[in-house]
Design a protein around this ligand. Structure first.
Ligand code: SAH
Length: 243
């Protein structure tokens, strides 16, 4: 499953501040993503970037740098661009949750680029045109522009949610060893055994108690191994009394 996350390439286009690259690396790593691509960064990965990456220095060390946007996305089968201003791109616009699902679905087949723009001006129209889908975090319409690394964090979080969802599905499909449940007849023997032991102990004195005990056990939908424990406990009581 982890290899799926490696298919996802986070692409930062012409980032001005190296600190933002470091913070973005940290945001990625917290969400399990590791593949960072930089398009013509205005500052190189420097001390500031490393300081802000905290424990995600490895993401920076592995980061690949490209001269152009086209080169950075060349080997990707799906390109998703993010922007604070996308109102005009209605047909390809998806919210981050849906975007995460699309990314995860496609990541099972090939590399995906998730692209983030420049701090001041975002992505150019030409770059946005090269994206299959456009992601917009539905922020305050009056002040909607997120800090670059925070946009990376939010979008990577949605990718992670979709990843966890997929992981869960695959676990279910793998069919964990099936739990075995006792037959109605074995349960019946157990109830008879219970009644016999507790009548002998003087705890059950009338017919009102057994239906209550039955209801209690039925509600838990006992597994076979659990039923065996209970029967063992009854036998231990009997053995003790017979001593
Ligand atoms: N003034 C620029 C802001 C760029 S912020 C603009 O309006 O585009 C830097 C990058 O962070 C953006 O290019 C985008 O990739 C991401 N970003 C910021 N706010 C976002 C939002 N609300 N939704 C999606 N991405 C966002």
């Amino acid at each position: 499953m982890d290899s799926i996350l490696k298919q996802i390439q986070v692409v930062l286009v012409e980032t001005s501040h190296s600190g933002n690259i470091g913070s973005a690396a940290r945001a990625m790593k917290t969400m399990g993503l590791s593949q960072l691509r930089l398009v013509n960064p205005l500052q190189p990965i420097d001390e500031q970037a490393i300081a802000l990456s905290a424990g995600a220095k490895d993401v920076l060390e592995q980061a690949q740098t490209f001269a152009t946007f086209d080169e950075a996305i060349a080997d990707c089968q799906l390109v998703v661009g993010s922007s604070a201003r996308l109102r005009h791109l209605q047909s390809t616009l998806v919210n981050p949750r849906k975007g995460g699902e699309i990314v995860m679905t496609q990541a099972q087949q090939g590399k995906i680029a998730v692209v983030f723009g420049r701090e001041r001006v975002g992505l150019t129209n030409d770059e946005l045109l090269k994206c299959h889908y456009h992601l917009n975090v539905p922020t305050n319409p009056e002040y909607g522009s997120l800090n670059l690394a925070m946009a990376v964090q939010l979008i990577c979080y949605e990718i992670r949610n979709a990843y966890l969802e997929l992981e869960n599905l695959q676990k279910i499909e793998k069919k964990q060893p099936l739990v075995e449940y006792p037959t109605a007849q074995s349960l019946e023997y157990f109830f008879q055994h219970t009644e016999k032991v507790y009548r002998a102990l003087g705890f059950i004195k009338n017919d009102a108690m057994m239906p209550k005990i039955r209801r209690l056990y039925q509600r838990t939908h006992l597994e076979t191994t659990e039923l065996n424990i209970l029967r063992g406990m009854l036998s231990a009581i009997e053995n003790h009394r017979n001593k």
